[in-house]
Ligand binder design. Structure first.
Ligand SMILES: [Zn+2]
Length: 363
């Protein structure tokens, strides 16, 4: 029995692809499937409930030119929350956002520390910019600072080559990934290009961000090694604009980005068809706004991923991958309620009726 207000969510509660229930209760911020006895102050929310959405590639505390003040980071997290994103895998941030953990009203964050890039081979102000000899030490440091992930920049434009090129020699990434694993952290890398992927995957990387360079030749290797991808299609949509901006100075690079952009849906569809796990990430922060999770799910469906699988990539599937509960008995009540069935049309995700975080209706 609870003296606190009880929330009653009824309609259709989509716990998983094959587990849809009629109702759940929220007692002391946690999910219960048993009606609490003696509840007096009951608030009812009706609709289609999903586990709080996951944005598996999001940056809180990062702005266009690097770190931002906590009040800006808070606005970013609130924009994600309004969109129904209640669990974020932060794919690299130069700000210390630990304070968010003490805030019941902000999305939960799984951090990857700060990006680790090669010197002058990433957006200015974002990353630790280092040379290969220091990679193991920096990976160890960020593994200890983060929440079980480390983020590398696997490729970027090499201005001398005039095109995308791998950031790290093979022996450096092998040693770095081994060190992260020894410390219990998984490793992911930003990769736009084709030729950075084999070394990273054969070195044991766990996940690749963007993965626009995934080819038919590389797909079986990803499958064999169990590497996941987070395509961030809402970010890849910006490639033509980037290409136009860099055309005059780096025509090869610009043409390369256009090719990667042109085949982006085929790349994602081929990866999915082969059995590579695909998850939803928006790449919010830096240059893209927060709150684009529904748009990314819609993009995955446009690429040819079945709607229920695209939903899984931001709900139960993504949560299982990240080791966080969904709508489980006793779990924190993080859920989003919609007017109609998001399984029938994922565009429903763009307009949550209610957002419930730690059992409180926050939106
Ligand atoms: Zn990113």
């Amino acid at each position: 029995m609870s003296d606190h207000a009880v929330l009653h969510v009824k309609g259709r509660v989509v716990v998983g692809p094959e587990d849809v229930r009629d109702e759940l209760w929220v007692v002391d911020g946690r999910i219960s499937y048993d009606r609490p006895g003696g509840a007096r102050d009951v608030r009812t929310v009706e609709g289609w409930a999903l586990p709080g959405l996951v944005d598996a590639h999001c940056h809180v505390g990062l702005g266009a030119h690097g770190p931002v003040e906590p009040d800006v980071a808070e606005k970013q997290a609130l924009a994600d929350r309004e969109a129904g994103t209640l669990l974020i895998r932060d794919a690299g941030s130069p700000s210390d956002t630990r304070w968010v953990d003490a805030r019941d009203d902000l999305p939960k964050i799984i951090r990857a520390g700060r990006h680790i890039a090669r010197t002058r081979r990433y957006l200015r102000g974002y990353a630790h910019e280092i040379e290969p000899a220091d990679l193991v030490a920096y990976v160890a440091r960020e593994a200890r600072r983060g929440d079980g992930w480390v983020k590398l920049v696997g490729d970027w434009i090499d201005r001398e080559v005039g095109d995308l090129a791998p950031s790290w020699p093979r022996d450096a990434v092998e040693a770095a990934i081994a060190e992260a694993h020894r410390l219990g952290a998984r490793v992911t890398a930003h990769c736009f290009a084709e030729n950075s992927l084999r070394d990273l995957v054969e070195s044991g990387i766990d996940c690749v961000e963007h993965a626009t360079g995934l080819t038919d030749e590389l797909i079986p290797l990803f499958v064999e090694r169990g590497v996941t991808i987070v395509p961030t299609l809402v970010n890849i949509a910006t490639f033509p604009g980037l290409a136009a901006g860099g055309e005059a100075k780096f025509p090869r690079w610009a043409a390369h980005l256009r090719r990667l952009h042109a085949r982006r849906y085929d790349t994602v569809r081929a990866a999915y068809d082969a059995g590579i796990p695909v998850f939803v990430g928006t790449d919010a922060g830096g240059t893209l706004p927060h709150g684009l999770v529904a748009a990314e799910v819609a993009e995955l469906v446009t690429a040819g991923i079945p709607p229920l699988e695209a939903l899984s990539a931001t709900t139960w599937g993504a949560r299982a991958w990240l080791g966080r509960p969904g709508l489980d008995e006793g779990a924190p009540a993080d859920l989003v309620v919609y007017d109609t069935d998001p399984r029938a049309d994922v565009r429903v995700l763009a307009a949550p009726r209610r957002v419930v975080l730690n059992g409180t209706v926050v939106s």
